[in-house]
Design a protein around this ligand. Sequence first.
Ligand code: SAM
Length: 287
Amino acid sequence: MRDSVSAYAATVAWVALAVSVPVQMAHAQGSFGPYVPTPTVIVDRLLEMGAVSGKDYLIDLGSGDGRIVITAAKKFGTHGHGIDIQDKLVALANQNATSEGVADKVRFVRGDIMEADLSQATVITTYLLPSTITRLVPKFLAELKPGTRIVSHDYPINPLTYEKVVSFDVDEKVRISGTKLTVIYLYVIPARVSGEWDLNLAPLAATAKPLTVRIDQQADSLSGIVESAGTRIPLRDLKVSGEEISFAYGSGATGIVALHGTVKGGEMSGTVVSGTSLAKTWSARRK
Ligand SMILES: C[S@@+](CC[C@H](N)C(=O)[O-])C[C@H]1O[C@@H](n2cnc3c(N)ncnc32)[C@H](O)[C@@H]1O
């Protein structure tokens, strides 16, 4: 695949500039942002970070010569597609998929990632400039299923909060970004939990009053309260990762109730994992 990239680069001057001279990717923008292929050693780390498997459907946003989707198909049997705005790169990627024997699993389409339908993805990969990536955030939150992983090479997806970040040195990166440093960010699309929920703890004490949980979930923040008989108690340690949720309320004086569970649309349920509450399980329904 590298040979095809070199051959292609030789015929397209600005691509050659991007791949063969020291250049800060952030400063080498063409009209669609630069084409800079991810070094193969980093492709492997991206797939590892995203825990990509044969069960996934992978979409690479701005797919270049197709190497990320093609490598996943070859290593794990992953199905997927790539989207790129440049016809020549799309043609090259489809040619590479055929020559690598995975054209039955992957395909590459010409399009603008801002307009593409991403709902099929279980994993998204990106190597895009921050200005492009940030514009994708509302689309990610609207279209991607809870639990979908997004793996981003070098650039954080602000203002989302990453689940994991790793950094390491790669010699090949010096001619791309002027430094060996490579960073990979992993994000997991959270279940939508904003709003008001009726919370039931079980078994309920005979005297127990109904509880209301209110959650405010934004791209960059998550907070909530539990309300009982007019008293509002802030939720502590509220975390949503994919379909998993956990939170706690109370204090050392009154007793801390810690809950862990899963979110499925308008229902949540799980176990009471610690605390002084006699309850063993919980469920909540969106009001
Ligand atoms: C840095 S390259 C990454 C290529 C490939 N994902 C990789 O990691 O090897 C970014 C690619 O995104 C494409 N691109 C940039 N903006 C795009 C847009 N709005 N829609 C589709 N493709 C875009 C560029 O043409 C370029 O091929």
